[in-house]
Design a binder for this molecule. Structure first.
Ligand code: 3PG
Length: 406
């Protein structure tokens, strides 16, 4: 068992037949109206759901969706998720109107047969985000076992993630969290070498903690996205109107020096796809060097940079990818990001993709199924990787010696 899971029970450790299992999932999927546009988090939850059902549990599923202000924000209803789960599980998934609905008890203590209960968006009750005990006590009044499989929400000290397991004796994790932690631990516990971290996205400031964690572990960084312009600026390269974090130029300069002192690789773009305005396709052109003219801004990495990055990635035995190389949502500026995804797809190494934008980029590239692991957590995976303790995991560790597993 990897160190991050030490002492934590899993679904396998409980006798579930006839027991009421409260399964906290992260079913926070993107919606276009009522249409689910990416169901990864639903399908990733199925192994634990199916396991509990096979073991004869009475199942209560719970999740948040989006960030509703109140229960009146019906566009954040889990209804589309309940419908999709009903199809995927071939069982009725009954959506209980409110997260603390009395209806749950009626079903549980009545004739629960094949149906599964899904609590309506937990954030419809403000007690959820406030980590309120009364919600926890209410759920505890009908639950025998608490399972957290909501990796993407485990960095939140919310009632269903923290206050509730705090008062439960029988608690553990599902298969999704188990896999996430094992995969993320493999990036810091003896990773296979060479080990490259690809960092992209808009800001260095969002990645400083993860850079600090990885700088002594990785053999090299590959940098793309707007954050690359701050690094180039730190090297004295003109970057035109590109996005630069002025207050991070000093940090970028020091980081380049620290990598040099460690004799490690630090790849930066040597050419770019630029335009005069953000997203402007008409004036799009390729630069001939890392220099960007005054009235242009960088929006993607260029063809020579793609070659350099592909070559480096083809030799890597471990790759962690967090952040796109350019504005990949726009077809005119997606090539760099998709080329990196292709390079990873063709590599024989372990390739782990951080959640959020990078997961969406891997998906959009068509190479998602070629990755070793794509995290279902954006913020949670970064926080875990940078060494922070996730409240949703910590609360599941035994506190008394008598609770320690043999
Ligand atoms: C996510 O989408 O990263 C998780 O579901 C957590 O959502 P939150 O950032 O709204 O807490």
């Amino acid at each position: 068992m990897s160190s991050g899971l030490k002492g934590i029970k899993t679904v396998r450790d409980f006798e579930m037949a006839g027991k009421t299992v409260f399964l906290r999932l992260d079913l926070n999927v993107p919606l276009d109206g009522t249409k689910i546009t990416d169901e990864t988090r639903i399908t990733a939850s199925l192994p634990t759901i199916n396991y509990c059902l096979e073991k004869g549990a009475k199942l209560i599923l719970a999740s948040h969706l989006g960030r509703p202000k109140s229960a009146k924000d019906k566009q954040f209803s889990l209804e589309p998720v309940a419908k999709r789960l009903t199809e995927l599980l071939s069982r009725d998934v009954v959506l209980m109107e409110e997260p603390s609905s009395e209806g749950v008890k009626h079903i549980l203590y009545g004739n629960m047969k094949n149906e599964i209960i899904l609590l309506e968006n937990l954030r419809f009750d403000e007690g959820e985000t406030e980590n309120k005990n009364d919600l926890a006590l209410y759920w505890a009044s009908y639950s025998d076992i608490y399972i957290n499989d909501a990796f993407g929400a485990s960095h939140r000290a919310h009632a269903s993630i923290h206050a509730f397991p705090e008062i439960m004796k029988n608690k553990g994790i599902g298969f999704l969290i188990e896999k996430e932690i094992k995969m993320l631990d493999s990036l810091t516990d003896n990773p296979k070498r060479p080990y490259i971290a690809i960092l992209g996205g808009a800001k260095i400031s969002d990645k400083i903690e993860v850079i600090e964690k990885l700088i002594d572990i990785v053999d090299g960084f590959v940098i793309g996205g707007a954050m690359a312009y701050t690094f180039l600026k730190a090297k004295g390269v003109p970057v035109g109107k590109s996005l630069v974090e002025a207050d991070k130029v000093k940090y970028a300069k020091e980081m380049i020096q620290r990598m040099e002192a460690r004799n490690k690789t630090m790849l930066l773009p040597v050419d770019h796809i630029v335009s005069t305005e953000f997203g402007n396709v008409e004036n799009k052109k390729v630069t001939t060097s890392a220099v960007i003219e005054d009235n242009y801004m960088g929006l993607d990495i260029g063809p020579q940079t793609i070659k350099n990055y592909t070559a480096a990635l083809s030799e890597a035995a471990t790759v962690f990818w967090n952040g796109p190389m350019g504005v990949f949502e726009n077809k005119a500026f997606c090539e760099g990001t998709f080329a990196v995804a292709k390079a990873l797809a063709e590599s024989k190494g372990v390739k782990i993709v951080g959640g959020g934008d990078s997961a969406a980029a891997a998906e959009a590239s068509g190479f998602a199924d070629k990755m070793t692991h794509i995290s279902t957590g954006g913020g949670a995976s970064l926080e875990y990787l940078q060494g922070e303790k996730l409240p949703g995991l910590e609360i599941l560790r035994p506190r008394k010696q008598s609770e320690v597993m043999p």
